[in-house]
Design a protein around this ligand. Structure first.
Ligand code: ASP
Length: 326
């Protein structure tokens, strides 16, 4: 195959081993070692490793995602690069995937992969996941589909994919949608493609954005703290269609009145927030108060989107427009 795949290594369990002294799993495998553990890659295409970091993914930050996005975009602009792969920890993989999906403008394939079992564990899943991700990144049909998450021989869209289980290797799923396709040995089989891919490509990002998950009886306490701190954005995970307890609604109104953009999402796994309820805390009242409906994406992905969007503008109308997509 003419051309190479660039693999950015960032860390995660895929690059960890059990430390015999503490018994705990820690970062231990560098980029070239990760690739060396996958001999069949030699039969796919040349692979170039670029070590970005070796950190657990709970240490990943939006600022690092921005730097990764810049490096990925630069790599994809190189003429001899077919596509890129990012190896990552599973814990925040869906957030980095969402960031790269929105930020990177190249049409070439960009695949993220990871592992649930560390190197050296029985049935470690990392090597096979890397092989499948590189095969997908080198496949012409993977182009133009945004960032893809390749795990367990399945290919998922960044916007839809969720880590669903804390331990099982079959943890990544796209609830209500299913994978875009799958890797069957050396064949990449796509059954569908994501529609309406969005791009947000600011020079800078706004990291001072918080996510609040609401529950029965939630009040305005956290909102008061955030307003006092002068944060730049708040994402709320509401209940069901996006409705919230009256106490929390009071806090949301306070934040909007203080000029802080408040984006509403749902804690449900699927479906959009919508203004069909008109009681105190219902979405109708929230929209009248200036809350921005977040569409269909999860709270953690809406936070990433707001971090990017606020890098461009904090105009509520512009934000509403950006979030008014599935
Ligand atoms: N805690 C690890 C991480 O996200 C889990 C993993 O990679 O699966 O870095």
């Amino acid at each position: 195959m003419a051309g190479k795949v660039v693999v950015f290594t960032t860390g995660g369990t895929i690059a960890m081993r059990r430390d015999p002294e503490t018994g705990g799993i820690v970062p231990a495998v560098n980029g070239p070692e990760l690739i060396a553990a996958v001999p069949p890659l030699a039969g796919v295409c040349p692979v170039e490793v670029r070590e970005f970091s070796n950190m657990p993914s709970p240490h990943m930050t939006p600022a690092l995602m921005l730097e990764l996005g810049r490096q990925a975009e630069a790599a994809l602009a190189e003429a001899d690069v077919l596509g890129a792969v990012v190896t990552h920890g599973t814990d925040t993989l869906e957030e980095s995937a969402c960031f790269l999906d929105l930020y990177v403008r190249s049409d070439k394939a960009l695949c993220l992969t990871a592992a649930m079992r560390s190197a050296g564990e029985v049935s470690a899943d990392g090597p096979k996941n890397i092989l499948c991700a590189v095969r997908t990144a080198a496949c012409p049909e993977a182009a133009g589909k945004g960032a893809l998450v390749v795990m367990n021989e399945e290919i998922h869209a960044a916007r839809e994919v969720v880590k669903t289980h804390s331990a099982n290797p079959k943890t990544f799923a796209s609830p209500f949608w299913g994978p875009l396709g799958y890797v069957d040995e050396d064949r990449i089989i796509f059954r569908r493609a994501p529609l309406g891919l969005q791009k947000i490509h600011p020079e800078r990002i706004e990291e001072d954005v918080f996510l609040i998950k609401l529950a029965a009886g939630s009040d305005d306490f956290l909102f008061r703290c955030l307003v006092d701190k002068g944060v730049k954005g708040i994402v709320v995970e509401g209940l069901g269609r996006g409705n919230v307890p009256p106490g929390a609604f009071a806090g949301m109104k306070r934040a909007v009145a203080a000029g802080i953009p408040v984006v509403l999402t749902t804690r449900c796994l699927g479906g959009r927030v919508l203004d069909i309820y008109a009681y105190d805390g219902g979405v109708k009242q929230q929209l009248e108060a200036g809350v921005i409906p977040g569409g269909e994406i999860s709270g953690q992905k809406a936070r990433i989107k707001l971090i990017l969007a606020l890098g461009e503008s904090n105009d509520p109308e512009r934000l509403a427009e950006l979030f008014d997509t599935p």
